[in-house]
Design a protein around this ligand. Structure first.
Ligand SMILES: Cc1ncc(COP(=O)(O)O)c(C=O)c1O
Length: 464
């Protein structure tokens, strides 16, 4: 077969993603059959008139999406459909014990919740309440689920009556609903300079202007927030005071107080994302307790129980409640009663709280493992966090580093992915410790990262 060349005509967006899109289409149509060996990325780059970094990134992304498989010394191959999870499972989201070692996803450690969810599913199946859970619900039916939400929020340190709580399909949906409820096209939304990636796309979709607030080693800078508020009248700030993504920082009590004060002075709404809060119970009090009248508190069960449940909870000042519930209603009619019921049972019988403890202990164990392997390299982390943030030694560009790691079968995320300001390109990577089910592959992946870190790039040349 002639060498595979993606057809990029008429495609938009970053070139490496255009290549991946063309690749996915050619695989789906059969033009690029399973087990086809792709041209070396340098050759493809030459054929397309692109830089080797772009094609290398495309192959790394294709590998991440489980379209491709790299074999050391042999090259890159198209994965057969069955091994891509097209048999009714969750495709490339599935955690695999073969293929690339995935340190790019911030998921909880797998397996802990499974036996409990099996038990609850059996209970739901055998109980008399299933027919009601399979129907459209009324507000009254859902109050049991909102009630479970108040219990979960109480464990997060937020005491809230039922009418301040809204159930969502996870924290991401909670954030989207909050933006839909509070902001209008043209409004200014502030974010940390490095932040949770989907917020950028949400702002673009809703026509919001986005502006980055400076950060330092301790997290978001109150001075920067204050000066933007004085000059630009922003509507809201979205931020992660605890175990920030990607930098891992947790804001001190003083900074939390300062931010609450600034919000009060300038009429700013705070959107506090605390999905990781329960992993760090010794954190200072949530900002929502310092300025409850100005704060929407966003959380979910994803990081402590299971992200696949898609259950989250919002606590918001009462006057915002109707707009929030309208946004939930508009976007999903109602959150799925079956999964809300699963979460409710686990919360109400105390299992969820024990699972949070287990996640915290498991995360601590993985952090110790990372420390043993990467101890010679400075990085930011938290003993109970699920990821680390590693500034790269001089000479490394984060994209090049991630491509080099991808070529060695290890997936990590470059700092630029989290940049909210175009042009920001921190020379740092995020390494997630909890997506890989087994410690052995994590150890192997971290060893690859450690070896690359010990091998500074030659000026002007990329190591692949
Ligand atoms: C900081 C942050 N916020 C929100 C979310 C979304 O969580 P959920 O699964 O509850 O939608 C994530 C998921 O990775 C996250 O890292």
């Amino acid at each position: 077969m002639a060498i595979w060349l993606p057809d990029l005509a008429g495609r938009r967006g970053p070139k490496y993603l255009q290549i991946v899109q063309a690749m996915a289409e050619d695989i789906a149509s059969g033009d690029l059959p399973a087990e086809t060996r792709l041209p070396p990325h340098r050759e493809l780059a030459w054929q397309l008139g692109l830089s080797p970094n772009t094609t290398s990134r495309a192959y790394a992304e294709g590998t991440r999406r489980a379209l491709l498989r790299g074999e050391v010394g042999r090259g890159t191959f198209v994965r057969p459909a069955g091994s891509r999870g097209e048999d009714g499972h969750a495709g490339d989201l599935r955690r695999s014990s073969s293929g690339p070692i995935d340190l790019s996803r911030n998921l909880p450690l797998p397996g802990l919740a499974e036996p409990h969810i099996r038990r609850v599913l059996t209970g739901i199946g055998q109980g008399g309440g299933l027919p009601a859970l399979l129907d459209y619900q009324t507000d009254m039916d859902l109050s049991r689920h909102t009630g479970a939400g108040t219990r979960w929020l109480a464990q997060c340190g937020i005491e809230a009556p039922l009418d301040e709580v809204t159930v969502t399909n996870g924290a991401q949906h909670g954030l989207l609903c909050t933006l839909m409820a509070l902001l209008r096209p043209g409004d200014l939304l502030l974010v940390e300079a490095l932040s949770y990636v989907p917020v950028r796309a949400m702002a673009a979709t809703l026509g919001l202007n986005l502006r980055a607030v400076e950060m330092d080693a301790e997290g978001i800078c109150p001075e920067s927030l204050d000066s933007i508020c004085k000059e630009a009248a922003p509507k809201a700030l979205y931020f992660m005071p605890t175990l920030q993504t990607p930098t891992t920082t947790t804001l001190s009590a003083e900074r939390r107080q300062a931010i609450a004060g600034i919000a009060r002075r300038h009429g700013l709404t705070l959107i506090e994302d605390d999905v990781f809060g329960l992993l760090k119970p010794d954190r200072p009090a949530p900002v929502a307790t310092l300025a409850p009248e100005r704060t929407v508190y966003v959380t979910s069960v994803s990081k402590c129980i299971a992200p696949g449940l898609r259950v989250g909870y919002l606590r918001a000042p009462r006057d915002i409640g109707p707009a929030l519930r309208h946004a939930v209603n508009l976007s999903t009619w109602m959150t799925p009663p079956v999964t809300s019921e699963i979460a409710a049972r686990l919360i109400l019988d105390g299992t969820a709280s024990r699972l949070a403890d287990e996640q915290r202990a498991a995360a601590a164990q993985r952090q110790r493992l990372a420390r043993r392997i990467l101890k010679d390299h400075g990085y930011a982390s938290d003993p109970h966090g699920l990821h680390i943030w590693l500034p790269l030694p001089g000479g490394w560009h984060a994209d090049h580093f991630c491509s080099a790691a991808g070529q060695r079968g290890v997936l990590v995320t470059p700092g630029s992915s989290f940049a909210m300001r175009s042009g920001d390109d921190p020379a740092a990577i995020r390494i997630c410790l909890s997506h890989e089910p087994g410690e052995e592959r994590l150890r192997e992946g971290l060893a690859v990262i450690g070896a690359l870190l010990a091998q500074p790039p030659i000026a002007g040349k990329m190591i692949v």
